[in-house]
Design a protein around this ligand. Sequence first.
Ligand SMILES: Cc1cc2nc3c(=O)[nH]c(=O)nc-3n(C[C@H](O)[C@H](O)[C@H](O)COP(=O)(O)OP(=O)(O)OC[C@H]3O[C@@H](n4cnc5c(N)ncnc54)[C@H](O)[C@@H]3O)c2cc1C
Length: 382
Amino acid sequence: MILEPTRAAALARLDAFSPRMGRRYAAERNHDHGSAGAWPANVSMLSPYLRHRLIDEQEVLARALDKHGPDAAEKFVSEVLWRGYFRGWLEQRPAVWDRYLAERDAALAAVEANGGLARDYRAAIEGRTGIDCFDAWADELTAHNWLHNHARMWFASIWIFTLRLPWVLGADFFLRHLLDGDAASNTLSWRWVAGLHTRGKAYAARADNIARYTGGRFNPKGLVEEVEPLTEDEEAPLIRFTPPPRPEPAGEWSLLLHEGDLAIGHSLATPPSAIVALVPREERVAPAVAAFRRGAVEDAATRAGASYGCPVHRVEDAATLGDIRAGRLVAAYVPLGNAPALPQVDTFVRDYDAAVWPLATAGFFKVKAGAPAKSRALGLPL
Ligand SMILES: Cc1cc2nc3c(=O)[nH]c(=O)nc-3n(C[C@H](O)[C@H](O)[C@H](O)COP(=O)(O)OP(=O)(O)OC[C@H]3O[C@@H](n4cnc5c(N)ncnc54)[C@H](O)[C@@H]3O)c2cc1C
């Protein structure tokens, strides 16, 4: 894989892609040329960096707006806002994540117990279904830990409606293999394709659309194009997101870095006296994803130690955080599902998240319409 898990690499990619964030992006973003592990020309591939906050949404939005202005950058800005929309939506409906985990575990147990399901599931994840595009995307995902957005949509739709496999198994396959695997964007995008996010509206992968946007590389046969949205009985309750009060430690404190947010800035009045880096021990994800995550944490820890001129402690097990004697532990808010929960740590919410997430109570429109005013009031770009 070409992606280095460093902030320097994220900034280099931002520089390289920023000339294309304007009208060109809007015109070309839907085409999937099949990157085969190389940088795509028409999309940024910044998502693995955004996922870990080696770079943040504000920096990316500022660059797009600065280079192209609000009209030409409108599509790119909107896509970046989708990320915050999904995150805010999941933070305010945590039951959806809990239900996903429970259904995933039940589906994995069913694979163990049911020979027919096991055969179909393995054929799908090993790229042996006989559907040309689907098999190629399964291979691309496992070999390069990446898929273009359009390929993700087509893949999920074929998984659910043509292969009739449980959507939670497909979401799990993505989350284990994608370098940008994000609990909110992934779970809610799969639910959107299935017709569970926007109720009654599912996404159909169509052979002619696939042929067109892949430049004729694929010509799939036998896709189910008349799709019946999935349904579920219960609607998850909305728990409105209110940022907790900012921690104000009186004495020494340590900045805890976790894989859910590796930006090294903080919003406290005094600098930290130590850095504590929580090194991920993710056993479920593919080796390349685990290596990217560990590298990203190491990069942030090294930069933070140098920037604050303080010692860095590395910890592998969140349960042992209490053993570190470095004052109070303070961390950026832990996004649900993107890092272990840290009940013993004080957290602060970044201004961008505090501005965008509470808007995500229903559809995307409220975020798109409300985010600019909210963020300008905070002095953020948009
Ligand atoms: C089934 C499915 C699963 C997905 N799983 C993930 C996931 O685990 N992690 C993830 O980050 N994205 C996920 N996405 C959203 C989207 O596919 C990726 O964010 C995008 O392809 C990343 O590529 P890029 O950085 O080149 O995006 P660009 O087109 O360059 O867009 C810039 C940034 O905007 C954000 N963005 C763009 N499109 C979307 C979108 N549709 N939804 C949310 N944010 C978006 C990303 O942060 C991205 O880096 C999924 C989409 C689908 C349909």
